[in-house]
Design a protein around this ligand. Sequence first.
Ligand SMILES: NC(=O)c1ccc[n+]([C@@H]2O[C@H](COP(=O)([O-])OP(=O)(O)OC[C@H]3O[C@@H](n4cnc5c(N)ncnc54)[C@H](OP(=O)(O)O)[C@@H]3O)[C@@H](O)[C@H]2O)c1
Length: 244
Amino acid sequence: VGRDVAGVAVGDTVVGHVPFAAPFAAGTLGEYVVLPESQVVAVPASVDPLVAAALPLAGGAAWILADAIDAQPGHVVLINGASGGVGRMATQLLAQQGVTVVATASPATTQRMYDLGAATVIDYTQGDVAKQVLAAYPDGVDALINLNGWALETVPVDAVRRGGTIRTVTQVPDDTALEERGLTGRQVMASPDGAILAELLQQVAAGVLHIDIDRVVPLERAPAALHDIEAGQVHGKVVVDLTV
Ligand SMILES: NC(=O)c1ccc[n+]([C@@H]2O[C@H](COP(=O)([O-])OP(=O)(O)OC[C@H]3O[C@@H](n4cnc5c(N)ncnc54)[C@H](OP(=O)(O)O)[C@@H]3O)[C@@H](O)[C@H]2O)c1
């Protein structure tokens, strides 16, 4: 931080989310970054900076998605793609609110999803997710947070009861598909501000929000780690440590 801003002094360890307009122009990995004040928040001393580094986009997206569906205690929410970085945090945030979370996962990550608060885990490798969900919840779920699937047939939209709601990070389902099923919803592009990040960091400091880090790599190993993410060999977050 070049000068003191609200709640942050020069020399503090900070995290922030680079707004969407900036990252591709500015470079997505770098030693220096320029951020608006509103996006920057100090990392509490009790939180490992490497853990804090894994928080902003995944945690912020989880917070914004969980907030957007307006789930109430007792509601049933399906998270498709729950075992990734965003989904693990959304699972925890919703479970803490008394929501029944139905999480998708592969066998490798199933137990972890139960540990994080999922009530039911659906093995997405065992075929149609919507059918599996409806077998367990015949009335359908109240809401879907969709983190996976770029074609309608791969998004478990039919698991949602009529009148339910969907938030998706992919472009499906579109308005027509929603309307046909009597659903509301939209795509979400999360841009978490400092206030959201501060709240999430407090939860991490309090030990109620866990961030699963698959590995920490130096910059020169970042391309290999990105390749592993693409190949589905990463379970949780990858942190690039520019200090080593
Ligand atoms: N719009 C936004 O604001 C926003 C923000 C953040 C992220 N995103 C996007 O959201 C998506 C998820 O991000 P992430 O960081 O959580 O990803 P991630 O950490 O790479 O996790 C992806 C997870 O998807 C699971 N998966 C793979 N194939 C699946 C399938 N067919 N059905 C259900 N789950 C499947 C894998 O589970 P297993 O490990 O159990 O095999 C994996 O853990 C990405 O597309 C990302 O680009 C969007």
